[in-house]
Design a protein around this ligand. Sequence first.
Ligand code: F6R
Length: 607
Amino acid sequence: MCWIFAYNGDTDCREKLVNGLRLLEYRGYDSAGIVGVSKKKEIFLEKAVGRVSALASKVDARREDITLYTTGIAHTRWATHGWVTQENTHPHHSSDKRFYIVHNGIIENYKDLKKDLEKSYDFYSETDTEVVAKLIESLYDGNLKSTMEKVSTRLVWAYSLAVVDSQNPGTIVGIKLGSPLIVWTATDGIYISSDVNALSALAETYTLLEDNEMVVIEWKKYSIYMAGKQIERVSEKIDASQVIDELGNFNSFTEKEIFDIPSVLENVFSGRIDFEKKQINNETLEALGDLDIKRICIVSSGSSYYAGDMGCYFFRKFAGIPCQAIISSEFLSDVFLPDDTTLYVFLSQSGETADVRESMKIVKAKGCMTFGVVNVVGSTIARMADHWLYSHAGVEVWVASTKNVIAQVAVLLMMAVSLGLKKDMQITDARDLIAEMADLPDKIQETLMKGPKIKKIAKKYATYKHMFVLGRNYFYPVAGEASLKCKELSYIHCESYSAGELKHGPLALVSKKFPTMVFNPMGKFYAKTISNVQEVAARKGPILGIISSNDTHKELYTDTIELPETSELLSVFTGLVSSYLFALYLAEALDRDVDKPRNLAKSVTVD
Ligand code: F6R
C-alpha cells in the first residue's frame, strides 16, 4: 500500500526522506516522491515511477541545489486510483502549489468532492489525494491545523495523511484515521512515518497516533490533538524483536525468512509450552478454556486465511468446537449474525489489513468475543482485540508471508490443544503431541537441508505455465497456501483444489504439459489421495509428490520431496516449508524479484 515519511529539523530533508522511503521499500509500491520546503519558502519536488532508487537518482542529479530544505514529506505509492504514472505519484499539490500532501488509504467520497471542486480547480491526476489537496486550498482559513480539522470532517473512510504548507515552512500536519501513523523526536528533528519497522534504525521510542488524532509539527516540536484539544501521550519503546534484520549470506530476504523458521518456532513456543512437563504454560492460552466458546470463526486474508483454515481443522479435531475460516472481505460482504458464544479470531501478520480491521470493528460493535493473533506488536488489530497472542515471527520484511504463517499455525495449534484439554482431549494425547512439537524446529531444519534437491526439481517445473496443487483434510488449506506462494513469487498460474474435487472438473486440464503438486504424507486419507494421484498419472500429468519417506506408491510420482518423519499433523509444518522452498526456487529459476513480487504490497491497508 502507500507509505508516508516526513521530517522537520535544522538539516536538509532530501536524503533523510529518500532513506526513509528505502526503509519502507519492503512493503511493495510502484512509484515514489518527495517534497521539501526551505525556510525561505522555496520548494523542491521530485517524483519517480518505479523503485526508490529511481527517485534517489533524480534527487541526486539535482545536488547542485544547495538550498537547505528543512521540512519535507515523502511517499511510496501503490496504485489504487489511477494508473502508475508520474502525474499520479505523490506528493500532490493545491492549484496554487502552496499545499503539498501525501496520503495512505482511500477517500471513498472523492468523486463527489471532485465534482464540486472541479467548478473552481483544474485537476492534473486521477488520484483521490489530489482532491484532498484542492479541498485544503478551498477551505484554508489562515491556519493549517484548523483547516485540516475542517477537511477531515469532509473525508469519508480510512486514511492517514501528512500535509505541508510552503508558506509556513517548519509546519507539518499529520492525521490518522485507520492506517497507522507514528511520530518521534530524534537528535536532528521530528519524524513521522506510517511504519514502526522503518524507524528502528532511527529512534528508540515513538508515539503512535490513535484514530482521529492529529499531529502538528512546528519547528522541531510536535503536539497531538483530538477533536481540536491538545492531548498528552506517553511514548512507547521500540520492541527489539521488531527490528529489521540484515540479509547476510542469503540471496533474498524471502529465503532468509524461510531459513529463520526453526528459530521462529522456538520463539513461538517459548513461554507458552513447558516441554519438560509436556504442558501448555501460558495465561492467555489457559484463560481461553474459561470462556464459553461453542463456535469459532476465524477472519483473515491471503496466507493468513489459509493459516486460519488449517487452525479450524485443529479446533474441530482437538477441542470438538465447530470452526469456520472466513476471508475478511467476504465477512464484510455478508450479513453478520452476532453470537455471544462464538469466539471471533482475527489473524493478521501486519495487524493492519483493512478488511480484517473493519471486520473486527463490526464484531466489537456487537460486543462479541474477539481474539487477535498478530505479528506486529502494537498494531491496530492487537490493540483492538479483547484477548490476543503475538505470533512472534519477528519482522517479516518482504512481501510473501512465510515464517509468520508457520508461527500463526503453531499459535492456533496451541490454542486448539489448550481448549481441547478443557474439553475431551485426552491428556496423554496432548502430552504426546507436545513432545513431538518440541522436535519441530529440528524437523524443519531437516526439511531446509533438502533445499538443493528442491531447487533442482523447481527448475524443471519452472518450464510449465500452469500447475494444480492438491491436498485433503489439513493439506487442503496447505495446498491453498502453497499455490498462493507459487503464483505470487513465480507468476506461474497455480490453482489449488481439495484432492477429492479433481474429478469434478479440474481433471479436464491435466495433460503432459499441466503438472500437479500433491501433498500426501502417510495418514488417515493417504489411500484416498493416492487414487487421485492415479487419476493424474493415467492422464500423463507430471506429478510432484510431497510425501513421507515410507510412502508405498513412490513409483506414481514424477518427482518427490520426502518429508522428515513426523506425525501426519506435524507434516503440515514441514510440508509448508517444503512448498515455500519450492516456490522460492521456482521464482529464482524464472529470474523473478522474489522480495518484491509485481503488483503486490506487504500490508493491504485499503479495502
Ligand atoms: C501472501 C501474503 C498475503 C497476506 C495477506 C494478509 O504471501 O503475504 O496474502 O497474507 O495480505 O496480510 P496480513 O496477515 O498482514 O493481514
